[in-house]
Design a protein around this ligand. Structure first.
Ligand code: SAH
Length: 265
């Protein structure tokens, strides 16, 4: 294909066949699978996914010229839409336990991940996600408590997903070559998880804590609660600890308390 890659759409096409095959294998696609690919681009992954003969295969591509090329290449075995994936309302999808692949622009993947995590029926809509991130972002997603990469992304992911970094990918495997390393991350939605009235509250709480990640937790608690000492006692927090020392469960509990405070005011 004669393509001039668009930097604005984060177009770095994966060239290495071994890596492409490895990514597709992670999906364990069978004849009853529903598959979604985000940003198929020149079709490097698309081609291999089609070979697995899934029951349904939907691909979402924003770039109209790539969309047209793919459309003429794969006529019947691919449902292709020309759309911005960030504008899709996933609530309109059926609970098909879809397998999602996405080698997307770096600035979009994290945003999309958070959107998915906040969906009520995440575990019914999706079976697994195999997504590419900038390595630095992947490391933050999978970070454990007490590490300096641990933060908002790790906590939100931990809330709803089982997650595993599969491999790092060097820039040489793409065309054009990105400036940074990439990683493939594998996610499976959890079937049971802490429940909130509104998941935005968890996001808000973690945002406030990690804006001041070197400061002791008394400060964000004071921002969130009228009586922070009460919360410190109730949840048996050490007020000298820093945000990075609180495990995800503790953030869930703090966010629940924050919700309770919102409804009582
Ligand atoms: N998956 C392919 C292409 C990766 S490049 C491969 O691995 O080779 C990223 C792709 O995402 C490009 O095709 C780009 O046009 C597409 N894209 C960028 N922003 C998008 C958006 N908001 N919605 C849907 N697709 C997008």
């Amino acid at each position: 294909m004669n393509i001039v890659p668009k930097k604005s759409l984060g177009q770095n096409f994966l060239q290495n066949k071994n890596i492409i095959n490895k990514i597709v294998e992670l999906g364990q696609i069978s004849s009853d699978s529903y598959v979604i690919e985000i940003g198929p681009g020149t079709g490097n992954l698309t081609e291999e996914i089609i070979k697995k003969k899934p029951k349904k295969f939907l691909a979402i591509e924003k770039d109209v010229s790539l969309y047209r090329k793919l459309k003429s290449k794969y006529k019947s075995n691919l449902d292709l839409v020309n759309q911005d994936v960030l504008k899709i309302d996933w609530n309109n999808f059926s609970n098909n336990h879809s397998i999602v692949f996405g080698n997307l622009p770096y600035n979009i993947s994290a945003k999309l991940l958070i959107n998915w995590i906040k969906l009520n029926n995440l575990n019914l809509l999706f079976k697994k996600f195999i997504l590419m991130f900038q390595k630095e972002v992947a490391d933050r997603i999978v970070a454990d408590v007490n590490s300096n990469k641990y933060g908002r992304l790790s906590i939100l992911t931990n809330w709803k997903m089982k997650v595993n970094k599969v491999m790092d990918i060097e820039p040489e495997n793409f065309f054009p070559k990105p400036k940074v390393k990439s990683s493939i991350v594998y996610f499976e939605p959890k079937n049971s998880f802490f429940s909130f009235n509104n998941p935005n509250n968890l996001e808000k709480v973690t945002n406030i804590f990690f804006q001041n990640k070197r400061k002791m937790i008394k400060k964000p608690l004071n921002i969130l609660f009228q009586n922070s000492s009460k919360i410190i006692n109730k949840l048996e927090l050490n007020e000298k600890s820093r945000p990075q020392n609180l495990n995800p469960q503790t953030f869930f509990k703090i966010s629940k308390e924050f919700e309770n405070e919102l409804t009582s005011n």
